[in-house]
Design a protein. Structure first.
Length: 233
Protein backbone atom coordinates (compact mmCIF):
# COMPACT_ATOMS: atom_id res chain seq x y z
CA UNK A 1 0.00 0.00 0.00
CA UNK A 2 1.14 3.52 -0.71
CA UNK A 3 1.44 5.27 2.63
CA UNK A 4 2.23 8.85 3.57
CA UNK A 5 3.28 9.76 7.11
CA UNK A 6 2.63 13.35 8.17
CA UNK A 7 4.21 15.50 10.86
CA UNK A 8 1.90 18.56 11.19
CA UNK A 9 3.28 22.06 11.38
CA UNK A 10 3.94 23.53 14.81
CA UNK A 11 5.46 26.78 13.49
CA UNK A 12 8.82 25.99 15.06
CA UNK A 13 11.80 28.15 14.15
CA UNK A 14 14.15 25.26 14.94
CA UNK A 15 12.35 22.12 13.74
CA UNK A 16 13.48 18.74 15.03
CA UNK A 17 13.42 15.46 13.08
CA UNK A 18 10.32 13.29 13.76
CA UNK A 19 12.22 10.15 14.72
CA UNK A 20 9.05 8.27 15.59
CA UNK A 21 7.74 8.67 12.04
CA UNK A 22 11.15 7.72 10.64
CA UNK A 23 11.05 4.49 12.64
CA UNK A 24 7.50 3.67 11.52
CA UNK A 25 8.49 4.39 7.92
CA UNK A 26 11.44 2.02 8.24
CA UNK A 27 9.37 -0.97 9.36
CA UNK A 28 6.78 -0.33 6.63
CA UNK A 29 9.51 -0.03 4.01
CA UNK A 30 11.03 -3.29 5.28
CA UNK A 31 7.69 -5.00 4.63
CA UNK A 32 7.56 -3.74 1.06
CA UNK A 33 5.15 -0.82 1.40
CA UNK A 34 5.68 2.38 -0.58
CA UNK A 35 6.34 5.01 2.07
CA UNK A 36 6.81 8.77 2.10
CA UNK A 37 7.20 11.24 4.98
CA UNK A 38 5.85 14.77 4.78
CA UNK A 39 7.41 16.84 7.54
CA UNK A 40 5.19 19.90 7.27
CA UNK A 41 6.85 21.38 10.32
CA UNK A 42 10.31 21.42 8.73
CA UNK A 43 9.09 22.30 5.23
CA UNK A 44 6.65 24.97 6.50
CA UNK A 45 3.79 23.53 4.49
CA UNK A 46 0.24 24.75 4.88
CA UNK A 47 -2.55 22.28 5.51
CA UNK A 48 -3.81 22.89 1.97
CA UNK A 49 -0.38 22.06 0.53
CA UNK A 50 -0.30 18.82 2.53
CA UNK A 51 -3.68 17.75 1.14
CA UNK A 52 -2.39 18.26 -2.40
CA UNK A 53 0.69 16.13 -1.70
CA UNK A 54 -1.19 13.10 -0.34
CA UNK A 55 -3.37 12.50 -3.38
CA UNK A 56 -3.06 8.93 -4.58
CA UNK A 57 -2.04 7.47 -1.22
CA UNK A 58 -3.97 4.52 0.21
CA UNK A 59 -3.25 5.26 3.87
CA UNK A 60 -2.43 8.51 5.66
CA UNK A 61 -0.73 8.29 9.07
CA UNK A 62 -0.53 11.49 11.13
CA UNK A 63 1.37 11.97 14.36
CA UNK A 64 0.60 14.71 16.86
CA UNK A 65 1.54 15.91 20.28
CA UNK A 66 -1.20 17.97 21.93
CA UNK A 67 0.11 21.37 20.67
CA UNK A 68 -0.20 20.08 17.08
CA UNK A 69 -3.37 18.01 17.34
CA UNK A 70 -5.67 20.76 16.04
CA UNK A 71 -3.52 21.01 12.91
CA UNK A 72 -3.65 17.21 12.55
CA UNK A 73 -7.45 17.30 12.83
CA UNK A 74 -7.78 20.02 10.19
CA UNK A 75 -5.53 18.00 7.86
CA UNK A 76 -7.67 14.88 8.40
CA UNK A 77 -10.86 16.79 7.68
CA UNK A 78 -9.51 18.31 4.46
CA UNK A 79 -8.16 14.98 3.24
CA UNK A 80 -11.47 13.20 3.84
CA UNK A 81 -13.39 15.99 2.14
CA UNK A 82 -11.31 15.44 -1.01
CA UNK A 83 -11.02 11.66 -0.88
CA UNK A 84 -13.36 9.85 1.54
CA UNK A 85 -11.79 6.47 0.70
CA UNK A 86 -8.34 7.30 2.06
CA UNK A 87 -7.74 5.63 5.42
CA UNK A 88 -6.55 8.08 8.07
CA UNK A 89 -4.67 6.80 11.12
CA UNK A 90 -3.67 9.06 14.01
CA UNK A 91 -0.85 8.24 16.40
CA UNK A 92 1.36 10.01 18.90
CA UNK A 93 0.99 11.15 22.52
CA UNK A 94 -2.34 12.98 22.28
CA UNK A 95 -4.16 10.15 20.51
CA UNK A 96 -2.62 7.57 22.85
CA UNK A 97 -3.94 9.37 25.93
CA UNK A 98 -7.39 10.24 24.49
CA UNK A 99 -8.19 7.67 21.79
CA UNK A 100 -11.95 7.29 22.25
CA UNK A 101 -12.45 11.01 22.84
CA UNK A 102 -10.50 11.84 19.68
CA UNK A 103 -12.49 9.45 17.48
CA UNK A 104 -15.75 10.68 18.96
CA UNK A 105 -14.90 14.28 18.13
CA UNK A 106 -13.28 13.67 14.73
CA UNK A 107 -15.25 11.28 12.48
CA UNK A 108 -12.74 11.82 9.68
CA UNK A 109 -10.10 9.81 11.60
CA UNK A 110 -10.64 6.10 11.00
CA UNK A 111 -8.44 4.61 13.71
CA UNK A 112 -5.78 5.33 16.28
CA UNK A 113 -2.51 3.54 17.00
CA UNK A 114 -1.65 3.79 20.68
CA UNK A 115 1.85 3.70 22.15
CA UNK A 116 4.89 2.34 20.32
CA UNK A 117 3.75 1.82 16.76
CA UNK A 118 6.32 -0.35 14.99
CA UNK A 119 4.79 -3.77 15.73
CA UNK A 120 1.22 -2.48 15.68
CA UNK A 121 1.49 -0.78 12.29
CA UNK A 122 2.88 -3.90 10.58
CA UNK A 123 0.04 -6.05 11.94
CA UNK A 124 -2.52 -3.36 11.10
CA UNK A 125 -1.38 -3.00 7.50
CA UNK A 126 -1.45 -6.78 7.06
CA UNK A 127 -5.03 -6.81 8.35
CA UNK A 128 -6.08 -3.94 6.08
CA UNK A 129 -4.52 -5.52 2.99
CA UNK A 130 -5.94 -8.97 3.67
CA UNK A 131 -9.27 -7.86 5.15
CA UNK A 132 -8.61 -9.50 8.52
CA UNK A 133 -10.45 -8.69 11.74
CA UNK A 134 -9.00 -5.70 13.57
CA UNK A 135 -9.98 -6.91 17.04
CA UNK A 136 -7.01 -9.29 16.98
CA UNK A 137 -4.52 -6.39 16.84
CA UNK A 138 -3.43 -5.04 20.21
CA UNK A 139 -2.89 -1.29 20.62
CA UNK A 140 -5.53 0.17 18.33
CA UNK A 141 -8.80 2.09 18.71
CA UNK A 142 -11.11 1.86 15.70
CA UNK A 143 -14.67 2.16 14.43
CA UNK A 144 -16.90 -0.93 14.19
CA UNK A 145 -20.52 -0.32 15.16
CA UNK A 146 -19.21 2.23 17.59
CA UNK A 147 -15.71 2.81 18.90
CA UNK A 148 -13.67 -0.18 20.05
CA UNK A 149 -10.30 -0.36 21.81
CA UNK A 150 -8.16 -3.48 21.89
CA UNK A 151 -5.76 -4.24 24.78
CA UNK A 152 -2.49 -2.30 24.79
CA UNK A 153 0.47 -3.70 22.90
CA UNK A 154 3.36 -4.71 25.21
CA UNK A 155 6.45 -2.48 25.03
CA UNK A 156 9.21 -3.45 22.61
CA UNK A 157 11.84 -4.84 24.96
CA UNK A 158 14.67 -5.49 22.49
CA UNK A 159 15.27 -2.43 20.30
CA UNK A 160 18.19 -3.86 18.31
CA UNK A 161 16.10 -5.83 15.74
CA UNK A 162 14.28 -2.67 14.63
CA UNK A 163 15.51 -1.32 11.29
CA UNK A 164 17.43 1.96 11.30
CA UNK A 165 15.05 4.94 11.08
CA UNK A 166 14.35 6.05 7.51
CA UNK A 167 16.57 9.13 7.70
CA UNK A 168 16.64 9.25 3.90
CA UNK A 169 12.92 10.14 3.84
CA UNK A 170 13.42 13.23 6.02
CA UNK A 171 14.36 16.72 4.75
CA UNK A 172 17.67 16.52 6.62
CA UNK A 173 18.94 19.95 5.59
CA UNK A 174 15.91 21.63 7.20
CA UNK A 175 16.73 20.60 10.78
CA UNK A 176 18.73 22.77 13.11
CA UNK A 177 19.37 23.27 16.80
CA UNK A 178 18.70 26.48 18.68
CA UNK A 179 21.83 28.72 18.75
CA UNK A 180 24.44 28.62 20.12
CA UNK A 181 24.19 24.81 19.95
CA UNK A 182 24.88 22.82 16.83
CA UNK A 183 25.77 25.58 14.40
CA UNK A 184 27.26 23.14 11.89
CA UNK A 185 24.74 21.66 9.45
CA UNK A 186 23.32 19.26 8.45
CA UNK A 187 22.19 18.08 11.86
CA UNK A 188 20.41 14.89 12.86
CA UNK A 189 19.19 13.41 16.14
CA UNK A 190 19.19 9.82 17.35
CA UNK A 191 16.99 7.95 19.80
CA UNK A 192 19.11 5.29 21.50
CA UNK A 193 16.76 4.34 24.35
CA UNK A 194 13.10 4.34 25.30
CA UNK A 195 11.21 4.69 28.56
CA UNK A 196 11.88 6.70 31.70
CA UNK A 197 11.60 5.45 35.32
CA UNK A 198 11.14 8.91 36.85
CA UNK A 199 7.88 10.63 37.79
CA UNK A 200 8.08 14.26 36.65
CA UNK A 201 4.64 15.80 37.13
CA UNK A 202 4.62 17.41 33.66
CA UNK A 203 5.26 14.16 31.76
CA UNK A 204 2.79 11.31 31.22
CA UNK A 205 5.10 9.08 29.15
CA UNK A 206 2.19 7.78 27.04
CA UNK A 207 4.30 6.29 24.25
CA UNK A 208 7.35 4.64 25.82
CA UNK A 209 6.24 4.13 29.42
CA UNK A 210 8.39 3.89 32.54
CA UNK A 211 10.50 0.85 31.74
CA UNK A 212 13.93 1.97 30.49
CA UNK A 213 15.20 0.09 27.44
CA UNK A 214 18.39 0.84 25.54
CA UNK A 215 19.96 -0.18 22.27
CA UNK A 216 23.22 -2.07 22.45
CA UNK A 217 26.43 -0.03 21.96
CA UNK A 218 27.07 -1.93 18.72
CA UNK A 219 23.66 -1.12 17.30
CA UNK A 220 24.02 2.53 18.33
CA UNK A 221 27.38 2.88 16.57
CA UNK A 222 26.06 1.20 13.41
CA UNK A 223 23.04 3.51 13.35
CA UNK A 224 25.27 6.54 13.84
CA UNK A 225 27.42 5.48 10.88
CA UNK A 226 24.33 4.92 8.76
CA UNK A 227 22.98 8.36 9.61
CA UNK A 228 26.27 10.06 8.78
CA UNK A 229 26.46 8.23 5.46
CA UNK A 230 22.97 9.35 4.51
CA UNK A 231 23.69 13.00 5.39
CA UNK A 232 26.80 13.03 3.22
CA UNK A 233 24.98 12.18 0.01
Amino acid sequence: MKTILINPSQNMHYPQPPLGLASIAAVLDQKGHQVEIIDANALQLSEREIVEKVKGADVICITAMTPAVNSAIRIAKEIKAENPDQIIILGGPHATILPEDTLNKVPQIDMIVRGEGEKIIVELFDALENKKYLQNINGITYRNNGIKSTPSQPSIVDLDPLPFPAYHLLPIHKYKLHPPNGRKLPYMAMMTSRGCPYNCIYCSKPIFGQKFRAQSPERTVDEFKDGVKRMMF
